[in-house]
Design a protein around this ligand. Structure first.
Ligand code: ADP
Ligand code: DP6
Length: 308
């Protein structure tokens, strides 16, 4: 039996569009940070048949097929005889990056189960979910246009993230579909130029611990990503009224000196980054709103074999 664990990562600069499907390559670089208290634990064991239990329940046929197709990348031929059991310590499919920690943990488990060489490991992981490659490493990670990942040499111990649960029900449009849809956006080419420039600037700002610059770049990348969906040929919106109201309140609080910045992924849940010295002020701010939230540190540890 192989057991692995992988952290959820949250993008500061978003991956939103593919330059290629095979191999999966992003259309702009992205940068993320790995969360300590949100993760996936996955076990892979030999079995008579193929099965996948997620959060202690058998998955839907659709997820089973998708997972089977992923496992096929590791075992192209012959009957699949393995049982996968995985637990997400994060809501599943709610825009809180369960696919990132989920596929990173599964990919590492399969890597050990099949004893493959590490050569194409990152590329295989990307086929499960592009953002998952950033969960293979801990800390701040950049996913480059050529598909490689780079662990950035940055100490994140001064910062924390509040993850605010606005609505954790599964999203209606999977990120993969949404990403294909935004390619029709009339501003897609503009996004590519802007987001690449942001990634380079943010990398620099992170190195200089310039939270104001990286916080604002993260907000820009987030809102630009969501705007692309809003002007796609078949428009769609992941953010909810409550997301925007809370974000607006944060912007107001910032004017009064609260240094904190927000982001949201393919869902309505907001994540706020701040320096841990402001934790009390953030708690005070969040307690004035009706949503539950978790404050987490970042972690230096990426996907790894489980050890107690
Ligand atoms: P999220 O916003 O949580 O990343 P997505 O819709 O992008 O949501 O991805 C959710 C999908 O990721 C699930 O339907 C499933 O196919 C896959 N997934 C989630 N958790 C796991 C896991 N622990 N192991 C393998 N696949 C997972
Ligand atoms: C909004 O990695 O889930 O979270 O590669 O098609 O599986 P696929 O997409 P996925 O998209 C993540 C999108 C995002 C932004 C990000 O994490 O960079």
């Amino acid at each position: 039996m192989i057991k692995t664990i992988a952290p959820v990562n949250i993008a500061l600069i978003k991956y939103w569009g593919k330059a290629s499907l095979d191999p999966v390559l992003p259309s702009t670089p992205s940068i993320s940070v790995a969360l300590k208290d949100f993760y996936t634990v996955t076990e892979v064991d030999q079995s008579e048949t193929f099965s996948f239990h997620l959060n202690e329940k058998p998955v839907s046929q659709e997820v089973l097929k998708k997972t089977e197709a992923f496992v096929r990348l590791f075992q192209p031929e012959g009957p699949l005889k393995l049982a996968i059991k995985s637990t997400n310590y994060v809501p599943t499919a709610a825009g809180l990056a369960s696919s990132a920690s989920g596929f990173a943990a599964l990919s590492l488990a399969l890597h050990h189960f099949y004893g493959r060489s590490l050569n194409d490991y990152v590329a295989l992981t990307a086929k499960g979910s592009g953002s998952a490659v950033r969960s293979l490493e801990g800390g701040a990670v950049m996913w480059h246009l050529d598909g490689s990942i780079e662990r950035l040499n940055i100490d994140l111990s001064a910062y924390q993230m509040a993850v605010i649960m606005i609505d954790t029900s599964p999203k209606k449009i999977p990120s993969r579909e949404a990403m294909a849809m935004v390619q029709s956006s009339p501003d897609y080419q503009g996004w590519l130029v802007r987001n690449k420039a942001r990634a380079l600037k943010l990398k620099d700002a992170l190195t200089h611990h310039d939270i104001k610059t990286w916080g604002l770049l993260m907000e820009e990348s987030t809102l630009d990503m969501h705007a692309l969906g809003a002007i796609a040929a078949a428009p769609f919106v992941y953010l909810k009224e409550a997301t925007l109201l809370l974000w607006q309140a944060l912007i107001e609080a910032r004017k009064n000196g609260l240094e904190a910045y927000a982001t949201a992924d393919a869902g309505p849940n907001l994540k706020i980054i701040f320096n841990r010295k402001n934790r009390e002020a953030i708690t005070h701010f969040l307690n004035r709103h009706p949503f539950s939230y978790v404050i987490t540190d970042f972690t230096d540890q990426g996907a790894r074999l489980w050890s107690k």
